[in-house]
Design a protein around this ligand. Sequence first.
Ligand SMILES: Nc1ncnc2c1ncn2[C@@H]1O[C@H](COP(=O)(O)OP(=O)(O)OP(=O)(O)O)[C@@H](O)[C@H]1O
Ligand SMILES: [Mg+2]
Length: 291
Amino acid sequence: MFPFVVAAPRFFSGAIQLGELMQISSAFGQVQGALSWFVDNYSSLASWRATTDRLTSFEASFTALAPARATLAATDSAALETHDLSVALPDGAVLLAGAALHAAAGDSVLLQGPSGSGKSTLFRAFAGIWPFASGTLARPADAMFIPQRPYFPNGPLRDALAYPEVPANYTDTQLRQALADALLPHLGDQLDRFEAWSQQLSGGEQQRLAIARVLLKQPAWVFADEATSALDEAAERSVYQRLLDLVKAKHGAMVSISHGPTVAAFHNRCWELQAQPPGAPARYKLAEKRS
Ligand SMILES: Nc1ncnc2c1ncn2[C@@H]1O[C@H](COP(=O)(O)OP(=O)(O)OP(=O)(O)O)[C@@H](O)[C@H]1O
Ligand SMILES: [Mg+2]
């Protein structure tokens, strides 16, 4: 555009040469070409802008949460122990306040409470991944959590089973044995099958795959959040017996969330989240229930 503006007065006064006219035309073409790049790439630029905006706000949210997260680092210990443990929701509502808990090796503790009372959230706090918790927390580092909705990466079955480790850490014999112990023997010859396992497997099969993961890695402590809720009674008993045998052999302990009597029978202690009246410091109180 610039050369055209400079040359225009001379062009109209008749003083411009043919060569200069061609130069002006070429320069104009280049400027027009450069400007049309923005037009041609407008949708890509808009999508890039949206992506960077999302990442920027994600980073800002993370930074805002960082101080709360730092208050509940779990220290390694032979037992599970909390002092003055408070668990809240992102909106500030307090689910649990000032809880003092203790579970030692050899214990098998059932955590009960109404739906929505915060059982899974308490497990997240035990795992050190719930940012709205404060107090002190100590627990064995050699622990595994089976979440209420386990995650499986898309890909070969052996990857889903070994996740988050790499499958090369285990032999095929170990992987097959874990599947068989978790009542999935029919998947033993499909270790290299590539699937979206969270969509392919039934709810009960996904639960058994999550349990197979624990039986493969052999932690001393297991925290199981409704880990067998989709299984029939006989299967529930069978896999729970395996989990209990594992933690006993490793001198660890079991902490479970369950609503059913089959799982309850495998535990010798019970913590109950009891609803508190309005105005109480927290919505629930954690009490040891004597059977
Ligand atoms: N990420 C989150 N953001 C906001 N609120 C949440 C979040 N996760 C859980 N909550 C809320 O915290 C409360 C406790 O949820 P939690 O999943 O711990 O309950 P629960 O006792 O495990 O219930 P259930 O027996 O149905 O599994 C619920 O009211 C839930 O809506
Ligand atoms: Mg839950």
